[in-house]
Ligand binder design. Structure first.
Ligand code: GGG
Length: 354
């Protein structure tokens, strides 16, 4: 008999609805692996409550603590107006991405069966793409500063950083992914206006493309890409973009799916010995937090991506099949999808459908 595998998973529910969707996700994952694998959860109460008690979003040795885990399962960060958004993000999520070199952020955008996004004439055959977001530098490199603060001559700089090593590996990851799908890659920049880094990005894509002659490459400016995602989403298969552009476009993608409560994301470590991080694309949604109304699907789906990453592919596939069965039957959905079910009821129904 095969030994039951044991995975050490750091759980950071974080803020707002993160505290509701993460326990729902844990329940589904537990049910999916039951009898085959053990998920050894360590819940870390880091986030804005921790910040209010200690002045920091995580302890000083937080990154060292996380290093010992096989994966990180994160809910959401953000507690405006109590803690400024840049404090929550730079105190927890962005340092984790940088410390463990989580170089790509993989975000599937896919219309699930039975759901209707805002594009009435587009079905699941039209909306099925994967975004690869550059995840450690670009516009979120944290390079910049402010001078002449408090004077009429105040200046603020936010410098985008694009290194050849990083852009090349992100683009290469995307080409490899394209080969597993419809072999169509869209690279998204703003290289008409941003004449240094974005022209460089285009050049790196062209260089790497020479190793993938079987993949069709399209380059789009980000503004045109946003319009095309709405007008003709079927033109997208695999897309790659900078930290900021792909962050924005995947929220648009969530809207095309019918709710931001749906898209998941996998922040993958370049070094497979370091933990990767899995989270819903959405944030802490303070407007609905604490009411049991949050859609757990993005978090459950992110959990399936985590299981797949850990090698529990069969369990991951069963979760995805159950999510699709849930949306197809359409009678246990949270209010963002027009239903009346609670977070826990949706998780419970997914478990029944496993
Ligand atoms: N689910 C994680 C979360 O809280 N996302 C909100 C957010 O603002 N994320 C910024 C980012 O992904 O860079």
């Amino acid at each position: 008999m095969d030994a039951v595998k044991r995975y050490r998973i750091a759980v950071i529910p974080g803020d707002g609805v993160g505290k509701e969707v993460i326990p729902a996700g844990q329940r589904v994952l537990e049910a999916a692996v039951a009898g085959h694998a053990e998920l050894a959860w360590t819940v870390l109460p880091w986030g804005s409550d921790y910040y209010r008690q200690t002045g920091a979003m995580m302890p000083p040795d937080g990154l060292e603590i996380l290093r010992g885990f096989d994966a990180i399962y994160l809910g959401a960060v953000g507690d405006p107006p109590h803690v400024p958004d840049h404090v929550t993000l730079w105190g927890l999520l962005l340092p984790i991405r940088k410390a463990f070199d989580l170089y790509v952020n993989v975000r599937p955008i896919k219309l699930l069966p039975g759901l209707q996004g805002p594009l009435r004439n587009k079905g699941p055959e039209h909306i099925d793409m994967v975004f690869v977001r550059e995840n450690t530098e670009g516009e979120y490199a944290g390079a910049g500063g402010r001078v002449h603060v408090g004077t009429p001559h105040e200046v603020a700089l936010e410098t985008a950083v694009f290194s050849r090593f990083n852009v090349e590996r992100v683009v290469r990851y995307t080409f490899e992914l394209a080969r597993t799908r419809r072999k169509r890659l869209t690279s998204i920049t703003k290289s008409n206006a941003q004449q240094h880094a974005m022209v460089f990005w285009d050049a790196v894509v062209a260089e790497v493309a020479r190793d993938y002659p079987d993949v069709e490459v399209t380059s789009l400016l980000v503004d045109a890409a946003a319009a095309l995602m709405v007008r003709a989403p079927e033109r997208f298969d695999v897309a790659v973009g900078s930290n900021l552009f792909a962050d924005i476009l995947t929220d648009l993608g969530g809207a095309l799916m019918g709710s931001l409560g749906l898209p998941p994301s996998a922040n993958l470590a370049y070094n497979p010995r370091l933990p990767s991080l899995f989270e819903p694309v959405h944030g802490s949604a303070p407007d609905i937090a604490g009411r049991g109304l949050a859609n757990p699907i993005a978090t459950v789906w992110a959990g399936a991506m985590m299981l797949d990453h850990l090698g529990e592919t069969e369990a991951a596939n069963r979760i995805m099949t159950a999510i699709e069965a849930l949306t197809a039957e359409g009678n246990v959905l949270t209010p963002d999808l027009g239903g009346t079910a609670t977070t826990d009821q949706v998780a419970g129904r997914i478990i029944e459908l496993l």
